[in-house]
Design a protein around this ligand. Structure first.
Ligand code: AKG
Length: 296
């Protein structure tokens, strides 16, 4: 297969129509959903993210990156202008609604099926002066053998306007239907050229399936570009974030039963339960209820 034979499409138009968005996902492997977040929601999330960025900076926690670490390139502390602010569920009530956003969840289910599990939720806060991350497929590194069906899907909520100037997300529409290509080929010049930063206003959500090639762009705008990634899996795959372990107690009280299902607090068939999955773990307290050594 020649690289020139790999079909690419232009970005689909923004839409607010659910059925049109599903058709875009099938054709392009992605959809751009307009006005998913209101300006008040965007402002609240933006404020919280900027505060968290500085807080993680102050306490020297979290992930500081330049962007090109996936190529094995090392950079100095000063060059690491971006932050990945992980596990937002613990970092502000405003993010909890993204676990099952009603305008987005049906699109995720369209791609990977009715039962979904949250892989992780984190902000990509790309600083000006960053480097481009390697183009990748989200689901590719997760399994020992590439599987050519979508078992993962991602959403990026735009908290900043995205444009080529501030390193808007770069995706290759149509690449979900490409034959399997290796990481090195995908990051060669010919394919890199096909991945262009999109232009879309804050409040938009980019939704894509796990086989679509994508990455971030170069931010040279002088300001941070923040997008929130909320990735989902079919429930048989181990998620990036172990939510049962990492969600703080005070946050757990604010989470609905439906959200707990998506966070993996319930078994899937015979998988992921406890004590043989015989107990519904939705309100299970692992410290009190696991059966230990018993004697007659
Ligand atoms: O920050 C971006 O624009 C892209 C992030 C990304 O590639 C991802 O979340 O998989």
């Amino acid at each position: 297969m020649q690289i020139t034979e790999l079909e690419t499409l232009d970005y689909p138009p923004l839409t607010e129509d659910l059925e049109e968005a599903k058709a875009h996902l099938d054709k392009y492997g992605m959809a751009l959903i307009k006005n998913v977040l209101s300006s008040e929601e965007v402002e609240e999330m933006d404020q919280r993210l900027n505060e968290q960025f500085l807080g993680e900076e102050k306490y020297k926690v979290g992930s500081k990156v330049r962007g090109d670490e996936g190529f094995g390139i090392e950079s100095s502390e000063e060059e690491k202008v971006s932050r990945l602010v992980w596990n937002l569920i613990n970092k502000g009530d405003c993010f909890i609604k993204l676990i099952d956003h009603p305008k987005i969840l049906p699109l995720i289910q369209h791609m990977i099926g009715e039962k979904v599990c949250l892989c992780s939720m984190g902000a990509h806060m790309n600083g000006s002066g960053n480097e481009r991350m390697a183009l990748h497929q989200d689901q590719w590194p997760l399994v020992p053998h590439p599987m050519n069906f979508p078992f993962m899907a991602n959403v990026m909520y735009l908290i900043s306007d995205n444009s080529p100037e501030n390193g808007g997300t770069r995706l290759i529409p149509g690449s979900h239907k490409w034959p399997l290509i290796d990481y090195k080929t995908a990051n060669g010049e010919e394919i890199q050229e096909k991945a262009v930063s999109l232009t879309a206003p804050k409040g938009t959500a980019i939704v894509w399936e796990g086989r679509l090639w994508h990455g971030n762009g170069l931010n040279r705008s002088g300001s941070i570009r923040s997008n929130i990634s909320t990735a989902f899996l079919q429930p048989w795959v181990k998620p990036q974030e172990n939510h049962q372990y990492s969600i703080r107690d005070e946050v757990l009280d604010k989470i609905t039963d439906k959200q707990k299902h998506i966070l993996g607090f319930t078994p899937y068939g015979t998988l992921g339960g406890h004590d043989g999955s015989s107990v519904s773990p939705a309100n299970f307290d692992p410290k009190k209820e696991s059966i230990g050594i018993l004697k007659p």
